[in-house]
Design a protein around this ligand. Structure first.
Ligand SMILES: [Mg+2]
Length: 349
């Protein structure tokens, strides 16, 4: 494959080359790339800002992560944080630290993933920076979004008797990571072995190309449901519940048999002799939404596809517990009730 050195373009030429295919679509973007600063107009709406720093070797492994997927995921995890405030992402800036190992073609692949995510979620690229780095690739993305003041949902609004809801299913991204790590280890031992990914496309996709739950936010809006508290699940259900309960000053009960699990994740866990519930509670990177709603919205929630009720909010003195299949109560801990592997990778928030 052709390899063009980054020096071929120079810094300004490189940014122009990588961003020329991007177009803007939001009325709030008055000026995107091309001046000293971008110009935005949010009129009377509130502005939401979130940022993520991703470092090669800490947050991603390029041995099994295609650069296009990495670009897509880097953008989507930021969108997910804006949706988790009940807002809509509108603009991003992308800054890269790039070592000599990377060519212009590599960066084109990364940006094609970012562009795909921007098109899919209706977000404008409005700026960024690139710099040479001594080792590896680092990606810093800042996302700007908007919401009406009265629509914004924080982590601190959960009340006693509220229902705890989760979108989609949990643990699949973590099982996808375990599969990729296993095949990487096998490959390191014998380079003639082809990776065995058959029947595992769902968990791989969940790890390599996650989606943000824009659809759920739109559904909630359509049905007139405003969650009392909400966040996205980037570090596992257990740790996110602890955030909501500590900020809302409540306790909770969640039921083991209500935690939504995809069959592919369950079968991967069985194959690796791991507990899938532990993976769902602590695995992370699912980018599903965890939210609480008032009991008054119970029927509306039941009618929503892709949303499950996993438990309820209690008084703070009742603590945070998982109720097992035999009715036993297991205290929820930040790192789970079974120790996960120490190699667990850090996940962006
Ligand atoms: Mg978050």
């Amino acid at each position: 494959m052709a390899r063009t050195e980054i020096s071929h373009y120079g810094e300004f030429g490189l940014i122009r080359h990588l961003t020329e295919k991007f177009s803007t679509r939001n009325a709030s973007t008055l000026k995107a790339i091309g001046d000293d600063a971008a110009v935005l107009d949010y009129s009377t709406n509130k502005i939401l800002i979130t940022t993520d720093l991703l470092l090669e070797g800490i947050h991603f492994d390029l041995v099994y992560t295609p650069l296009k997927h990495l670009g897509y995921k880097s953008a989507v995890v930021n969108f997910s944080d804006i949706y988790a405030m009940n807002g809509a992402p509108k603009q991003i800036t992308v800054s890269l630290g790039i070592s000599k190992r990377f060519s212009v073609e590599d960066l084109e692949a990364l940006y094609s993933g970012i562009q795909l995510a921007c098109e899919h979620y209706g977000v404008d690229l409005i700026g960024g920076d690139t710099s040479a780095s001594l080792t590896g690739l680092s990606i810093s993305i800042t996302c700007i979004g908007e919401a009406k003041k009265e629509d914004i949902v924080y982590r601190n609004g959960a009340k006693e008797n509220d229902i705890i809801c989760v979108s989609g299913n949990l643990g699949a991204a973590y099982m996808g990571l375990q599969l990729l790590e296993r095949e990487k280890a096998v490959f390191a031992g014998n380079e003639n072995v082809q990776p065995d990914f058959e029947g595992k496309s769902y968990i791989l996709q969940r790890q390599l190309k996650p989606e943000a739950r824009k659809d759920i936010i739109e559904e909630l809006h359509k049905r007139g449901i405003r969650p009392t508290a909400m966040m996205d699940i980037s570090d596992g259900l257990s740790s996110e519940l602890m955030h909501i309960c500590s900020q809302s000053n409540t306790g909770c009960r969640v039921y083991e048999d209500k935690i939504p699990i995809h069959y592919e994740a369950a079968s991967m866990a069985e194959e690796l002799n791991m507990n899938i519930v532990t993976a769902a509670l602590n695995g992370g990177e699912d980018y599903e939404l965890l939210f609480t709603v008032s009991l008054d919205d119970y029927d509306k929630i039941l009618s929503m596809e892709h949303v499950g009720i996993v438990g309820y909010i209690t008084k703070p003195e009742l603590g945070l517990y998982l109720v097992g299949r035999q009715g036993e109560e297991i205290e929820l801990k930040a790192q789970g009730w079974n120790s996960l592997q120490e190699s667990k990778t850090e996940t962006p928030s």
